[in-house]
Design a protein around this ligand. Structure first.
Ligand code: SF4
Ligand code: SF4
Length: 367
């Protein structure tokens, strides 16, 4: 039983004595492996009515979630047993957190309490039974933070270790629906990415064509985190901040990777109104495989004064030429504001105080 904002009761007994094979609900099992729990924290922000109510409206049933469900250990084990035996249908196996393969491939650094089995073992047992397998967060997708060097637990993602295909399930894994693992990358992923992916799967609207080369749903992976940043004007003129409190673009000196990272996080608000760059921090490319290997997230590595990591799709020579041109044309207002912690200089008022639409054309004046 999970928290239900409408107050309706939904007992564990009901779930464990009646098979779900006759229902058309989309049955989701959520497991946490090597996880900080931040992905769940993120999705709980979803929706005005709350995430659980939104799941309900899409006909998605959360069979069990380790942080949100109220089942006892025995009841939770019964749910797992019914899925594993085939008694209950599993439409989506959702994994949050990286899979810890150590020590020596046994997975026993991360056991599912009370079952005597590792999460690695459970994931390998349940994934072939699932209609879809969904990795929530960059840990589950690519290994993420737990896989950072020296990686004593031998952490990996479900189907990748950083950008190398394989992971816990192997590069050839396909779900019952024929898809590889769907990677809702991000640390944490935006709540909308999680919910919309589950909704699209439940509506059978997510196909192989709807994910990118790393299995990330294109609903967010077709965008760059740079798109929509409130600092875009500073980026255009390469007017850069040198301290975090300043308003300028964070790419040149402070390590912002949003021009190299997929995500629409600057186009839709987090927690009602923010993003990393909006909050004054840089984009650390958390949707990218291997992002955790970056040395010094808040510093831009350069060679000969040119940032090593350039925007995706942009040849280096173009970037250098455009940057030089932009810097030579930077308006004083933009240059000044870039190094200020508040708007130091507003836009110069037009000499004609009427707005453009109020101005009369020469032909109108002649009438
Ligand atoms: S992806 Fe980030 S937020 Fe999610 S479990 Fe891993 S470390 Fe935590
Ligand atoms: S701070 Fe980052 S996201 Fe914002 S404009 Fe600069 S490069 Fe783009």
């Amino acid at each position: 039983m999970v928290y239900n904002p409408r107050g309706e009761t939904e007992t564990a007994a009901a779930m464990t004595t009646t098979t779900n094979r006759e229902t058309d609900e989309f049955a989701v099992l959520w497991l946490q492996a090597g996880s900080c729990g931040g992905c769940t924290m993120s999705v709980l922000e979803r929706g005005g009515a709350g995430w659980l109510e939104e799941l309900r409206r899409f006909g998605i049933r959360l069979l069990w979630h380790p942080s949100l469900s109220e089942e006892t250990g025995a009841e939770a084990r019964a749910i797992l047993a019914r899925i594993e035996s085939g008694e209950d249908r599993l439409d989506a196996l959702v994994i949050e957190g990286s899979i810890l393969r150590g020590p020596e491939g046994t997975g026993r650094y991360d056991m599912l309490a009370g079952t005597g089995r590792s999460k690695l073992d459970w994931v390998r047992a349940l994934a072939p039974l699932a209609g879809h397998c969904v990795a929530i967060g960059s840990c589950a997708a690519f290994g993420g933070v737990p896989a950072g060097a020296p990686d004593p637990t031998d952490a990996c993602g479900l189907q990748y270790t950083a950008s190398e295909a394989g992971g816990a399930l192997g590069a050839d894994y396909r779900s019952r629906a024929g898809l590889p693992v769907v990677n809702v990358a991000g640390c944490a992923p935006h709540p909308g990415w999680i919910m919309e992916t589950l909704a699209a799967l439940s509506l059978r609207r997510l196909t192989a064509a709807d994910v990118d080369g790393f299995g990330r749903p294109r609903l967010f992976a077709d965008h760059l985190a740079h798109h929509g940043c409130s600092r875009n004007e500073f980026y255009e003129f390469k007017a850069s901040a040198e301290d975090f409190a300043e308003r300028g673009c964070l790419m040149e000196h402070l390590g912002c990777k949003a021009t190299q990272a997929v995500g629409d996080c600057n186009q839709r608000a987090w927690n009602g109104g923010g993003s990393c760059t909006q909050a004054g921090s840089t984009c650390i490319a958390c949707t990218s495989p291997g992002f955790e290997a970056t040395r010094g997230f808040h510093h831009t590595p350069k060679i000969g004064g040119i940032p090593v990591g350039l925007p995706l799709d942009m040849p280096k020579a173009w970037f250098v030429a455009l940057a030089a041109l932009s810097k030579s044309a930077t308006p004083a207002r933009v240059r000044e504001n870039a190094r200020s912690d508040r708007v130091a200089r507003g836009p110069a008022p037009s000499s004609d105080k009427r707005s453009g639409s109020e101005k009369r054309t020469g032909a109108e004046k002649a009438k």
